[in-house]
Design a protein around this ligand. Structure first.
Ligand code: PGA
Ligand code: ZN
Length: 420
C-alpha cells in the first residue's frame, strides 16, 4: 500500500520552479515523477498552481508542494497503488473544482505519475509494460527542428517545424535519419548566414523571413542528407495559432498581415499544395475559432492530419464536443493539460473509438522525466513529439525509446503515419 506521498520544488528546462513528487510504498518502493510546464498554453487547461508574490517571479510552487505533503498524502495513505483510476478519482474529488485549481494540476499530476511508477516498480516490470501489458507499439516520432512563436526569438510566427521519419526500419533507424538531417540543417543554415543557437525545444531559432523560408530550409536539409522529402522524411507544422489570434477583431496577425479565418485557410491550402511533404498541421486555427478549425477539417481533413492541441486541452468533455462538431482528425495528448494519468487514458480511448489519431507531447518547459516515452508505447499512441536532437530533457525521451526497443528485442510493432 501507499505509505507516504511527498513533493519538493525543483526546476524545469527554462529555469522555472516545478513539482517533483515521490510515492513511497510499504514494501519500500519509491516512485518519482517530475511535472512539465507549457508556454503557449490553452485557456482551458487544468490549473498549474503558482505561489505569486515576489519569490521566483511569482512562479514558486510551494503551495502545490504543501498540498501534496498534507491533503493528498492524508487521502492516499493506505490505498493500493495498482488502482490508478481510483487514486486519480480520489484526488479529483479532494480538489473539488472542475479545473484542479484548488490543489493544483501540477500537484495532482506529479502524484498520479509517481503512483504509476511506484506500482510498476513494486511489480518489477518496466513502466511501459505495467501500463500497456503485452500489446505494445513504438510511436512515430516528430522532431521539432526549427523553433518559432513563443519558444524562440526567431521572429517566425509558426511555433514548430517538425520532421518525421515516415520510412524507417526501426525506432533507432528513424532517429539516425533525423540526426543526419538535423546536423545537415545546421550546416545549411550556417552556410546561409543564419544563427544556429537553439530554442526552448532544441530546434534551431534562425531569424528566417517567413514560414515558407523555413520549409525551404527543411527541404534542402532533407535532400542534402540524402532523403526524399515526403517519402522518407515528412514535415509537420504547429502554428499554435491561438498565440496570434485576436478575440476582438477575430483576425490572425500572421507574417505582418491581418488575416481572416478564410484567408488563413486559403494560405494553408496553398502551402500544402506547394509543399506536399507536409503531412500534419496542429492548431492551424485558434482555440477560440472552432468554425475555422471545422472548415479546415472539412476541406483538408481527408488529405492531412489536423491535430487539436489548445482547442481540446486533452480534456474528455471538451474533446467530446470536438468529435460531435467534427473538428480536427487528431488530438495532442499532454498529461498536464488535464492533470491525471487516468483522464489522459480516457481521452486517448475516446480518440481511438472515434477515428482520431493521437500524438503524445512534451511541454516547452520540460524535465529529465521520460514518463511520456513509456506512456506512448503503453498506449499504442501512434505518434509522439518531444523536441529536437538537442537539449537533454528532449533527447532523453528519444533515448528511452531506444532502450525500450532494445528490451523488446525486435518484436515491438512500429506505428506508421500515414498508413501505407
Ligand atoms: P507549450 O507548446 O508546451 O509551450 O504549450 C507545445 C505545443 O504547443 O504543442
Ligand atoms: Zn501545440
Amino acid at each position: 500500500v501507499i505509505e507516504t506521498v511527498k513533493a519538493r520544488e525543483i526546476f524545469d528546462s527554462r529555469g522555472n520552479p516545478t513539482v517533483e513528487a515521490d510515492v513511497i510504498l510499504s514494501d519500500g518502493t519509491l516512485g518519482r515523477a517530475e511535472v512539465p510546464s507549457g508556454a503557449s498554453t490553452g485557456d482551458r487547461e487544468a490549473v498549474e498552481l503558482r505561489d505569486g508574490g515576489d519569490r521566483l517571479m511569482g512562479k514558486g510552487v510551494r503551495k502545490a508542494v504543501e498540498n501534496v505533503n498534507t491533503e493528498i498524502n492524508d487521502a492516499l495513505k493506505g490505498l493500493v497503488p495498482f488502482d490508478q483510476a481510483k487514486i486519480d478519482q480520489v484526488m479529483i474529488d479532494l480538489d473539488g473544482t472542475p479545473n484542479k485549481g484548488r490543489l493544483g494540476a501540477n500537484a495532482i499530476l506529479g502524484v498520479s505519475m509517481a503512483v504509476a511508477r511506484a506500482a510498476a516498480q513494486s511489480q518489477g516490470v518496466p513502466l511501459y509494460r505495467y501500463l500497456g501489458g503485452v500489446d505494445l507499439e513504438l510511436p512515430q516520432p516528430f522532431f521539432n527542428v526549427i523553433n518559432g512563436g513563443v519558444h524562440a526569438d526567431s521572429g517566425i510566427d509558426v511555433q514548430e517545424f517538425l520532421i518525421t521519419p515516415v520510412k524507417r526500419e526501426s525506432f533507432r533507424d528513424g532517429v539516425e535519419k533525423i540526426a543526419n538531417t538535423y546536423h545537415t540543417l545546421k550546416g545549411v543554415l550556417g552556410k546561409e548566414g543564419y544563427e544556429t543557437a537553439v530554442g526552448d525545444e532544441g530546434g534551431f531559432a534562425p531569424k528566417l523571413a517567413s514560414t515558407e523560408a523555413a520549409i525551404e530550409m527543411l527541404y534542402r536539409a532533407i535532400k542534402e542528407a540524402g532523403y526524399v522529402p515526403g517519402e522518407e522524411i515528412a514535415i509537420a507544422l504547429d502554428p499554435a495559432s491561438s498565440e496570434f489570434y485576436s478575440d476582438e477583431t477575430k483576425k490572425y496577425t500572421f507574417e505582418g498581415k491581418e488575416m481572416s479565418s478564410d484567408e488563413m485557410l486559403t494560405y494553408y491550402q496553398e502551402l500544402v499544395k506547394k509543399y506536399p511533404a507536409i503531412i500534419s498541421i496542429e492548431d492551424g486555427f485558434s482555440e477560440h475559432d472552432w468554425d475555422g478549425f471545422k472548415k479546415m477539417t472539412e476541406t483538408m481533413g481527408k488529405e492531412i492530419q489536423l491535430v487539436g492541441d489548445d482547442i481540446f486541452v486533452t480534456n474528455p468533455a471538451i474533446f467530446a464536443e470536438g468529435i460531435e462538431k467534427k473538428v480536427a482528425n487528431s488530438i495532442l495528448i499532454k498529461l498536464n493539460q488535464i492533470g491525471t494519468v487516468s483522464e489522459s487514458i480516457e481521452t486517448i480511448k475516446m480518440a481511438r473509438a472515434n477515428g482520431y489519431t493521437t500524438m503524445i507531447s512534451h511541454r516547452s518547459g520540460e524535465t529529465g522525466d521520460t514518463f511520456i516515452a513509456d506512456f506512448a508505447v503503453a498506449m499504442n499512441a501512434g505518434q509522439i513529439k518531444t523536441g529536437s536532437m538537442a537539449r537533454s530533457e528532449r533527447v532523453e525521451k528519444y533515448n528511452q525509446f531506444l532502450r525500450i526497443e532494445e528490451e523488446l528485442a525486435g518484436y515491438a510493432k512500429l506505428a506508421r503515419f500515414p498508413k501505407a
